[in-house]
Design a protein around this ligand. Sequence first.
Ligand code: ZN
Length: 433
Amino acid sequence: MNWIRRLVIGQYPSAFKNFQTRITIGVLLALLFSSACRPKRPPKSTPQMGAEGQFWVRVLLARDANSCFFNTCSPFLVKQGYLKTYLYGFGKPEAGTQITISKGTITIAGKPFSSERITIEPDEPCIFNLDGYDYRGMLELIVRPDGLGFDAVNLVPLEPYLAGVVGAEMPDYWEPEALKAQAIAARTYCMYIKKRFGAGRNWDVRKTAANQVYLGVAIESPLIWQIIDETWGEVLTCPKGREKLFPAYYSSVCGGHTEDRRNVFGGGDEADCNRAETLAGVRCPYCKDVVRPKFFFWPDVYIDKKTISQRLIQSYPSLKRLGEIVNIVVAEQSDYEQFSRLTQIRIVGSNGKSDSLRAEDFRLAIDPSGKSLKSTVFQLKDLGDTWAFLQGRGCGHGAGMCQCGAQAMARKGKTAKQILSYYYPGSKIVSLY
Ligand SMILES: [Zn+2]
């Protein structure tokens, strides 16, 4: 979703005309202040950490790690278990410390801890650095069942979490109403994923585009904090009085029409507004005004068939049962005025059997980074030894809010509420707290 940083053209509010200079300065400042122990001016000294009523979010920072580098600019406590009972207090570290694990025992600054779950709580201002990134809140380390690695999870209240997401998902020089729409969509998405999947695992969301990009303190700015404050606790819910959250997906550039979420991610469930209209696709005449044409229309891609077969089987080993993959057929697509988005792909094997994949899964199996196959809007052509992906347009899965479209609408004077009700038809904004 954070691709949009590379895609946009230079129509900025006058105050931000020198945005490239700002970006350069911003990057330099981020590098200068990237260590938690150097002096920094966080936009706010984390008063939000103590705000009542917030939900805590568990962000997976590292999975099955066997070491990580930890630093903080304050003394910190180590606690154990779900109840977080006190184990040990460290003074302010001189220059950070490596956290390691061996046979189920985690070692911090030379001191071993044998608990399966420990929490590191820095003192005010509650900022720590893990492997080069500053985060607010606490760090939880959970030993994997084999005792050879641990998961590192950032425990952070929802609003400070969002301060590390909004600027990562949308440039902070964009229109405030677009940023507000982004904040509300991101808050809704996070809470939905947390409620839907969090109970069954040790974390709620990943820090990557697999959920939504979270870069922590480095990406915060006073403006982003203002956006967070102005949308404090606001989420989208289903229409018709159903006080239910839904997965408020969003993507960079829809290409002219957003896609029904069910065609991208599957059928949904009862919690998803009983399959209400909030996730239906809508026409988007907006994003083309924000994105550079060379990104709105992406270059043709050619991949040899052998590579495609290998990548498909690597992602979906069950496809081996088809024998050799001999054909790839578009099974379903959504047709719009000027283009079609592929939604189902049929994989045909040499033994006559076939299997279906959602087109978005097919795309990410072939090009996990999405750098070449930027969307499922393309025409598939058989060139003998090679498959050609032609006339591609848009960037991302296309479901929910089109981020560049949101920016274009905001430029035309639309409010965050109008933007959100356009891309999530029938949704309502309510306050969590
Ligand atoms: Zn769009």
